[in-house]
Design a protein around this ligand. Structure first.
Ligand SMILES: [Zn+2]
Length: 325
């Protein structure tokens, strides 16, 4: 029989259990992706990015924190592409202007604008390099890294994004947080080679999104199969995390799911790392490869640190405005 404390804990934790659904790739994954991408850059860029590695890593999660404060933020992290018909979604314009002309901005925002936002951020990063604005380069690069990583998560491209339409609630965090946390360091190979140049960013970003969309059906189907065959009593476990008791998918269940998925999570994470490095490199190349060494000693205004602290405290205490994803 549960003690009173245990019962209270179960009640309060029931809502926030299976953590991670609100934060794509989990903080772990986003930080890891931005960090490794830095080391794929050519020496002319590394000379600036490496001294600011901590900044690039820290701000890999800023866009998710901003969702607690800014109503328009959420829609940048996903696209419910199944809303637009069947693959390869020929009616869905890949250009923002044409998409707005066909569907209107409200509809696009409602179903997520991730692929178009990636192109906008790519443009902004190129401009920041062109102007030689080191602060902007770091900030936009770190945040672009976040959105690209989101595009590599299959459930960021499906309206059934947390299994809420198929009785699989919590699958979002299982795929993108629980698996990487358990297996990334021991099983995944993250080295993806030197950053490549992207000749056509629009088509590159859409390819990533379409790959994710086609994988999203497997993500759901394989978990549905597993849940049917796995003993229900062993599906979840309680673990202490940062001093709190958290209900989450058990190690056994997560391992069985990872085995069913094969190398999918690793390969999407590797894809994200290569894509983040490539997008940074491409922005720098398109800006005319400006020298960056003199920016290595850049310091950050005090105001920015205060703003970051404010964002952190709102994200810790508050709840997301709009859809959790
Ligand atoms: Zn996100």
């Amino acid at each position: 029989m549960y003690s009173l404390w245990m019962r209270a804990a179960l009640l309060t934790l029931a809502c926030c259990c299976i953590s991670g659904s609100a934060r794509s790739w989990g903080f772990f994954g986003h930080e890891r992706i931005n960090r490794i991408a830095v080391f794929s850059l050519p020496p002319e860029m590394l000379v600036f990015f490496k001294p600011h590695l901590a900044y690039i890593v820290r701000h890999s999660t800023t866009p998710d924190k901003r969702r607690y404060m800014v109503a328009d933020e959420g829609t940048r992290h996903y696209i419910d592409i199944d809303h637009y018909g069947a693959p390869p979604f020929p009616a869905l314009p890949r250009s923002w202007r044409e998409a707005v002309a066909r569907y209107g901005e409200d509809t696009l925002s409602r179903h997520g604008i991730l692929p178009w936002h990636l192109e906008r951020m790519q443009y902004r990063l190129t401009e920041a390099f062109r102007k030689g604005n080191g602060l902007q380069v770091l900030r936009i690069a770190a945040e672009l890294g976040h959105y690209i990583a989101d595009a590599y998560v299959p459930l960021h491209t499906n309206s059934n994004h947390n299994g809420q339409l198929s009785g699989q609630h919590g699958i979002h965090g299982l795929w993108e947080s629980r698996i990487p946390e358990l297996f990334a360091d021991s099983r995944f190979d993250f080295w993806t080679g030197r950053a490549a140049y992207i000749p056509d960013c629009n088509s590159f970003f859409w390819t990533a999104v379409l790959e994710s969309a086609s994988a999203s059906w497997q993500v759901l189907e394989k978990e549905r199969m597993l849940a049917k065959n796995y003993p229900a009593s062993g599906k979840y476990s309680w673990e202490l995390r940062n001093g709190k008791l958290v209900r989450q998918y058990s190690t056994g269940y997560t391992t069985a799911y990872q085995d069913l998925l094969g190398d999918m999570v690793e390969s999407r994470m590797r894809g994200a790392i290569a894509a983040v490095a490539a997008s940074w490199y491409t922005a720098w190349a398109d800006a005319g490869q400006p020298p960056l060494a003199h920016l290595a000693a850049l310091t950050f205004p005090e105001l920015e640190a205060k703003e970051d602290q404010r964002l952190d405290s709102i994200a810790t205490a508050g709840s997301i405005i709009g859809r959790g994803h």
